[in-house]
Design a protein around this ligand. Structure first.
Ligand SMILES: C[S@@+](CC[C@H](N)C(=O)[O-])C[C@H]1O[C@@H](n2cnc3c(N)ncnc32)[C@H](O)[C@@H]1O
Length: 224
């Protein structure tokens, strides 16, 4: 295993601790990787400076190297909404959707700096107030369910409005962590998702793809 792979496992282990709600690590546990882990010090510095800080994990690799490129080159997907943003997503417009009508939506106003040029400060369940019916070709809601989008009625409202704002045939990519702490309700219990068809995403050969990560990050592909 090379240095980069070792670093990936270490990052995934930290994401897992966060995903299961483990207490934050001690100061020492944060300091040691500064000297031992490939890329850690530069990531800490970039984060501090508010610079784009890519996350070296397997689920990001699938999202950024398999999913985004496939949609990025398809001319049927021009109007794109990305839900929830942070330092590790702030370069997504520039790197993957530069020629698109790319929007972000995020309820936390402090994170606006990581949003796209076209950004809305609102929760997803209020997107209908900001966007017209049938407007988007693609909505990417990754890592939001269980990380703030938690209650059944909230989830139902959110995916109902995504459905309204997607054009006929438009896609919803729903990324979630299949661990108890981040599945506050069963995904199967979110009634509004039943309004969509399941889409078999050709590069992964399935509509539901479980990544090889300790936090069981899963991508579901839906079509209106
Ligand atoms: C774990 S981060 C995921 C960020 C990004 N989407 C990604 O791919 O990693 C969760 C983000 O979802 C946002 N969020 C929480 N509740 C939300 C809601 N109801 N609607 C939209 N975003 C929400 C949080 O503020 C936070 O920035």
């Amino acid at each position: 295993m090379n240095r980069r792979e070792r670093a990936r496992h270490a990052i995934e282990a930290r994401v897992y601790q966060d995903a299961i709600g483990a207490p934050p690590p001690s100061k020492w546990r944060c300091i040691i990787p500064l000297f031992t882990e490939h890329g850690y010090a530069s990531r800490v510095l970039r984060k501090r400076l508010g610079l784009p800080t890519p996350l070296n994990t397997e689920d990001r690799r699938v999202l950024e190297q398999t999913i985004f490129p496939c949609y990025g080159v398809n001319p049927s997907f021009k109007n794109v909404l990305f839900v929830g943003c942070n330092t590790y997503t702030s370069d997504y417009q520039r790197l993957y959707f530069a020629d698109h009508n790319f929007w972000t939506i995020e309820p936390n106003a402090d994170l606006t700096q990581f949003g796209a040029r076209q950004h809305v400060v609102a929760p997803l369940e209020e997107m209908g107030r900001h966007f017209a019916e049938n407007f988007f070709d693609l909505i990417i809601c990754n890592g939001v369910f269980g990380w703030g989008l938690d209650r059944e009625e909230q989830c139902n409202a959110a995916f109902e409005q995504c459905h309204t704002c997607l054009r006929e045939g438009g896609h919803l990519i729903f990324g979630w962590d299949d661990v108890p702490r981040r599945t506050p309700i069963e995904v199967a219990q979110i009634g509004s998702l039943a309004r969509y068809g399941r889409f078999n995403f050709p590069p992964l050969g399935t509509w539901r793809y479980l990544t090889d990560t300790p936090y069981r990050h899963t991508f579901d592909f839906y079509q209106k």
